[in-house]
Write a protein that binds this ligand. Structure first.
Ligand SMILES: [Zn+2]
Length: 251
């Protein structure tokens, strides 16, 4: 199993110790440091089968400055960094910084391209506007390797993602009873574009709703993905492990 999206730096020390005890069950974990104050800690956590991504979350996009750009370029060159992000558009929490979000997105896309790294994209809004804007952005900029993190099943984003060859990463919501449409998307997307993730400590899968997530809970999302596609668990696991390895380039 591979967890392609976690924030291990958000875990309390005892939670981190518990999560670490389960890491041997996982093929690999990508932990994402989402603002300048988190990059150093994120890199310190990227050991063994844990790899790092560094970026500026859209809700922190207003922090972008020449100094922050320089620091991000510096951290992004670390051998343990396998992606840039997460970046993207969030009109749910910070609709007022739309222009800054687009600027930070463009900067991070250019950095990912220059370093040959995949770009991890976040998107959230109440009315689908951020999803529509990100779909348009994707079609315009066509990043070489990109991941739609916690894919929600938004139709325009699905179409744009397919057109540019994005990866679709499924999180805990795939297990929620009301999300039949999302399971249909998981069933129809091309098999070489599928990833699974937890977004630890957020978005816990069904049996842990209301609790804090852990990387090894990715099993529950993977079980749902296997079920949706009519695959044995081991096959879905091998498939998503392989896709993650190709996308992020770990051994
Ligand atoms: Zn995240």
């Amino acid at each position: 199993m591979t967890d392609t999206h976690a924030h291990l730096d958000f875990l309390e020390p005892e939670e981190l110790a518990e999560a670490a005890a389960h890491l041997p069950k996982l093929r690999a974990v990508l932990t994402l440091g989402v603002d300048p104050g988190r990059w150093e800690k994120t890199l310190s956590l990227a050991q063994g089968n844990v790899y790092a991504a560094v970026g500026l979350h859209p809700t922190s996009a207003h922090l972008l400055s020449p100094e922050v750009e320089e620091a991000l370029r510096h951290y992004a060159r670390s051998e343990r960094v396998r992606a840039i992000g997460e970046t993207g558009l969030d009109y749910y929490w910070t609709p007022e910084t739309r222009a800054a979000q687009l600027k930070a997105l463009d900067f991070q896309a250019a950095l990912a391209e220059a370093l040959g790294l995949p770009l991890v994209l976040h998107v959230r809004s109440k009315d689908g506007k951020a999803e529509e804007d990100l779909a348009a952005w994707l079609l315009l900029h066509r990043p070489k390797r990109t991941v739609l993190h916690a894919f929600s099943g938004h139709p325009a984003l699905e179409a744009a993602g397919l057109e540019v060859g994005a990866y679709f990463s499924f999180a805990g919501p795939l297990t929620y009873r009301k999300n039949a449409a999302l399971r249909e998307a998981a069933a129809r997307l091309p098999e070489d574009r599928l990833l699974v993730e937890t977004d630890t400590p957020f978005l816990p899968p069904e049996p842990f709703r209301g609790k804090r997530n852990r990387p090894h809970y990715v099993r529950f999302t993977l079980e749902k993905l296997a079920e949706a596609r009519g695959l044995p668990f081991a096959e879905a696991e091998a498939l998503t492990d392989r896709n993650a390895r190709v996308c992020f380039g770990w051994p």
